[in-house]
Design a protein around this ligand. Structure first.
Ligand code: G6P
Length: 611
């Protein structure tokens, strides 16, 4: 939540910062602001999107080769011009941008007000910069020391950048619990919430660690931890290409990412499956092979779409590896004193690798002695750096706020893990493994075929675009797919949608069914097919409109549903990977037809770094 970007070097800072803010806009788009130093410290900010800020400053001369920018997802203080970042000290000489939450800001603010500080916003961030100013006034400490002292007083999460009118060749950046990457160029540095604003200037990056403060000048960088010890940074090389961050001819990032799935699923499996040998290889967790043989239980923790992937994982792991699995919302798990032992394996799933609740769940499970694996998409993010081991999804940057290719990549990794654990524990025969892996290897091609129904799905979308409600039903591992289909529709089209296990419909949702209710069934030819067919009849008997996802060549459901969308026949284990595709497209087209902002739905953010 909230994106931050900073630049110091020899180029004009403004275009670099604005471009960076556009790249980070997925993190929040309630307001945007910039600070630049060009003979004096200048701050401009505006409620709305980055483009609103650009419009606001379009006639202003914006020079300077040092600056910073912020795109906000509001936590403390409603989205407005005055709550937008940067926030400044009382004397306007210091200014700050912040991603995170200062939890004890209330008490600090009260103390500062009693000392005469006047606040212009409702934010926790403004309190932090006044605190730095106050420390300087009281102690005469230089800015670097005053920032360090202030950070020692705050509780909460932050990634911050501070600029000072008195030291116009310095950016101070610090992090605790919110991500921050520093790009190292020649005579220039970039600072950002993720690597996307950096990649076109340099591939060399430093991931700042928690409790580190970076003092960044054109020609040098000094990193200290909050206790004042100098740190030796490790420079990583980015594996990110610029074209991955562009729409590549598609109208929206979401559509591009839906269409990327044959590739992203293949990338996720590359070098990891050997169908003819019946072998799965997962380098990231291979050191834990012995451990996997002895675990008693797997607990999957995640939020949002990643939680849905976890539910699919539960079916797969229990079915093939025969290990009991529990799937928990990270936000619930962290607060309920869960029973965890050293014989538990916790798998944390997160596209961004930064979700605050998932991070906290990992910390808790770690304290209790569990082994933690991560399944993450963003390389180098916080979660993969805190887990014991893990597997990257390699889906490439996902920019649309509604997750698509990251979900199918997570399900792919969980499928690989299920077979890997099954293989290690001897829970599956070699011939079965050969059969399943051969099927899995064909999935990218089958996803490609599933995408061919796009025009047909668009026509169905046109029929239902004005609906107010929609139900998604499935059984077995298609139940989490139904949940995911409902989430996609509600988050981007604002149509109220619910996912349910098809049989549970009788215990409540059936009361909602009438001739204005679309009901999407996942009715593929698998072990629950006949049961789902009965559920379809129950809906038809109550005049609901049925849209059914069926296996190619199905005639029975075709005869009773109002609309069918075919997906290719596959091994039952892989139906979630295929059945998700039409649901993503259905949500996408309905949202576009309703005039919604598909890539940046209201109130949402892609990376939820606050709880
Ligand atoms: C937000 C995003 C969702 C995502 C969820 C969990 O709500 O909008 O798309 O599924 O966070 O994020 P994570 O990065 O941990 O998968």
């Amino acid at each position: 939540m909230c994106g931050i970007v900073g630049y110091i070097g020899y180029r004009d800072a403004y275009p670099i910062i604005i471009k960076g803010l556009h790249r980070l806009e997925y993190r929040g788009y309630d307001s945007a602001g910039i600070a630049l130093f060009d003979k004096q410290l200048k701050v401009f900010k505006k409620a709305g999107k980055v483009s609103d800020l650009e419009n606001f400053v379009k006639d202003i001369d914006l020079g300077g080769s040092i600056g910073m920018g912020h795109t906000r997802w509001a936590t403390h203080g409603a989205p407005s011009d005055r709550n937008s970042h940067p926030h400044s000290s009382g004397d306007r000489k210091l200014t700050i941008i912040h991603n995170g939450i200062i939890e004890n800001y209330g008490i600090i603010k009260e103390t500062l007000i009693n000392k005469g500080h006047i606040f212009k916003s409702d934010t926790d961030t403004e309190v932090l910069i006044h605190l730095v100013e106050d420390i300087q006034d009281e102690t005469g400490l230089d800015l670097r020391e005053a920032v360090r002292a202030a950070l020692n007083k705050v509780i909460g999460a932050y990634a911050i950048v501070i600029m000072s009118a008195d030291e116009p060749d310095l950016l101070i950046a610090a992090r605790k619990g919110s991500p921050m990457v520093i790009g190292v160029g020649k005579g220039e540095y970039l600072i950002a919430s993720d690597a996307t604003p950096i990649v076109e200037y340099t591939k060399n990056v430093i991931y700042l660690n928690d409790n580190e403060i970076a003092f960044v000048r054109r020609e040098d960088l000094l990193i200290k931890n909050i206790d004042n010890t100098v740190q030796t940074p490790y420079i990583h090389e980015l594996d990110l290409q610029l074209e991955m961050l562009e729409k590549g001819g598609y109208e929206h990032f979401m559509l591009k990412e839906i269409y990327e799935q044959p590739r992203s699923i293949r990338d996720c499996m590359r070098g990891r499956i050997y169908p003819q040998e019946g072998k799965v290889q997962l380098g990231g967790i291979k050191e834990y092979t012995e451990k996997l043989k002895n675990i008693d239980r797997i607990i999957i923790v995640a939020c949002g779409t990643s939680w849905h992937a976890g539910l699919v994982g539960e079916y797969l792991i229990e079915e093939y590896a025969r290990v009991p699995v529990e799937v928990e919302y990270a936000s619930e798990f962290r607060y309920r004193n869960p029973i965890i032992t050293e014989k538990d394996l916790v798998i944390a799933i997160s596209q961004s690798g930064e979700t605050a609740d998932t991070m906290a769940a990992i910390e808790l499970a770690k304290e209790k002695g569990a082994t933690i694996f991560g399944i993450c998409n963003v390389v180098g993010a916080s979660i993969p750096r805190t887990t014991h081991a893990g597997v990257y999804t390699h889906a490439g940057p996902e920019i649309g706020v509604a997750s698509t290719k990251a979900f199918t990549a997570q399900v792919t990794v969980l499928t690989l893990m299920a077979f890997y654990i099954a293989q290690q524990r001897g829970a599956i025969t070699q011939s079965k493994l050969v059969e399943h892996l051969t099927g899995l290897n064909e999935i990218p091609e089958l996803v490609e075929r599933a995408l061919k129904s796009d025009d047909h799905i668009k026509k169905i979308a046109a029929k239902f675009k004005d609906s107010s409600n929609c139900l998604f039903l499935g059984r077995g591992s298609s139940f989490p797919v139904a949940l995911e289909g409902a989430l996609k529709l509600k988050e981007i089209s604002y149509i109220h949608a619910e996912g349910y296990p098809a049989a549970e419909m009788k215990h409540g949702p059936i009361a909602l069914i009438d001739d204005s209710m679309p009901v999407v069934f996942i009715a593929t030819k698998d072990s629950s097919y006949e049961k789902v067919v009965s559920n379809i009849q129950e809906v038809k008997a109550r005049k609901g409109h049925v849209i059914a996802i069926v296996t190619e060549g199905d005639t029975e459901v075709k005869g009773m549903a109002d609309y069918v969308i075919e997906i290719p026949q596959s091994d039952e284990a892989f139906v979630p990977l295929l059945a998700t595709i039409p649901l993503q497209l259905l949500a996408y087209h309905i949202a576009v037809m309703r005039g919604c902002n598909v890539d940046q739905p209201r109130n949402l953010a892609k990376s939820v770094t606050v709880e």
